[in-house]
Write a protein that binds this ligand. Structure first.
Ligand code: AMP
Length: 352
């Protein structure tokens, strides 16, 4: 999707992926190599003007290796913070971004202490490697603590209070060299089994205060890191307050609606940001929703006939795998709700 956004601006791409036949290989020459294969990285970066990433588990040291020769945006430092849930929460706290109460857990004893300190339902999460709800377990009773830490592989963890939120939102923002920032309107996200299913853009019932909080949180991170490119922050809304859950220093699934739903897509603005080009207008064009295609695919003809904008990633179907998404657009919130219903029904048919 980055390459698709970049070709009209005359950009050229090369991709690196450890997997054979990566979907992005349909768009640009692909190098197949492990992210820590320094010789492969050297060959990959040769002739590149800038290097970016759209996958958060790229080792920060590999990004640093490249950054010694070719600019890497966003910076390897913010990438490293995003890979550690504790560092992430510490960053939120240092920037006055509210978070769930949290505590570091390195062993069983620290877990028992942390559960007592937080004092209510909590979630134990591995600090590294977790995404899409993986690497976490809920702790409701004292007996849950007995195996929780071992169940997560006795790895360094963070314990978080369960936030009794009303809904989940996210904000996506872009920053370019020199400090210009573009904020997309916050969107409302619906998850099931830890996976994003639906994003509604703009989020219904947004108040100016909610928008101001979301933009404050994004600006604080962007400016702290002299950031270039797209940043996404996942937020919980509770009693009018936005809590930071996690951030992603990359284009984000909850921003895929911007391809058809905004004046300038997150992909185009990411490229503009990392290249030091002027940012494009992030305004929404009416109302949009993005529905993920997970595990199975609906009938293409029916989706197109229903007015859906179909995006298939060329991945082999597998349960729980994100295979693509559909965006629908409308001129009113009521029309959008109808379009979401129609597309969701087609997706459910594809599943049965
Ligand atoms: P994460 O991997 O941190 O994004 O968590 C996946 C999902 O678990 C989130 O989208 C929330 O629905 C839920 N979740 C994570 N952390 C918390 C929390 N501290 N309180 C309540 N729900 C949470």
């Amino acid at each position: 999707m980055l390459a698709l956004a970049g070709y009209p601006m005359g950009l050229q791409f090369r991709v690196l992926d450890p997997g054979v036949d990566p979907p992005a290989g349909e768009m640009a020459p692909a190098v197949t190599a492990q992210f820590d294969d320094l010789m492969a990285l050297d060959a990959f970066m040769d002739g590149c003007d800038v290097v970016t990433f759209e996958f958060e588990q790229v080792p920060a040291d590999s990004a640093r290796h490249i950054a010694r020769h070719v600019p890497v945006h966003p910076s390897p430092d913010i990438l490293e913070v995003a890979q550690d849930r504790l560092a992430e929460k510490d960053l939120f706290a240092s920037l006055d971004i509210p978070t769930a109460r949290f505590a570091r857990v390195d062993d069983h004893r620290m877990l028992t202490d942390a559960v007592a300190t937080i004092g209510g339902p909590s979630i134990l999460k591995t600090r590294g490697g977790g995404y899409d709800g993986k690497g976490q377990v809920r702790i409701a009773t004292e007996s849950d603590t007995v195996h929780a830490w071992e169940d997560l592989g006795a790895a360094p963890c963070i314990l978080e209070e369960v936030v009794d939120f009303e809904r989940e939102l996210s904000i996506i923002a872009a920053r370019t060299e020199g400090g210009d920032i573009a904020f997309y309107p916050p969107v409302e996200n619906h998850h099931r089994d830890g996976l994003l299913r639906l994003s509604i853009a703009p989020a219904p019932d947004l108040t100016q205060d909610l928008v101001d909080q979301a933009e404050h949180h994004a600006r604080a991170i962007l400016e702290r890191y002299d950031y270039q490119g797209i940043l996404a922050i996942e937020l919980f809304e509770k009693n009018g307050v936005l809590f930071g859950n996690e951030f992603a220093p990359r284009v984000h699934n909850s921003g895929h609606w911007t391809i058809e739903g905004a004046e300038t897509s997150q992909f185009e603005n990411h490229l503009r940001g990392v290249l030091g080009l002027p940012l494009g207008d992030p305004s929404a064009r009416g109302y949009a929703a993005m529905v993920n295609l997970i595990g199975t695919l609906p009938d293409t003809t029916e989706v197109l006939a229903a007015g859906g904008h179909l995006h298939l990633y060329g991945k082999e179907p597998r349960p729980g795998r994100k295979l693509g998404h559909i965006t629908v657009r409308a001129d009113s919130a009521a029309d959008l709700a109808v379009a979401i219903e129609r597309i969701s029904a087609l997706i459910d048919q594809g599943r049965s």
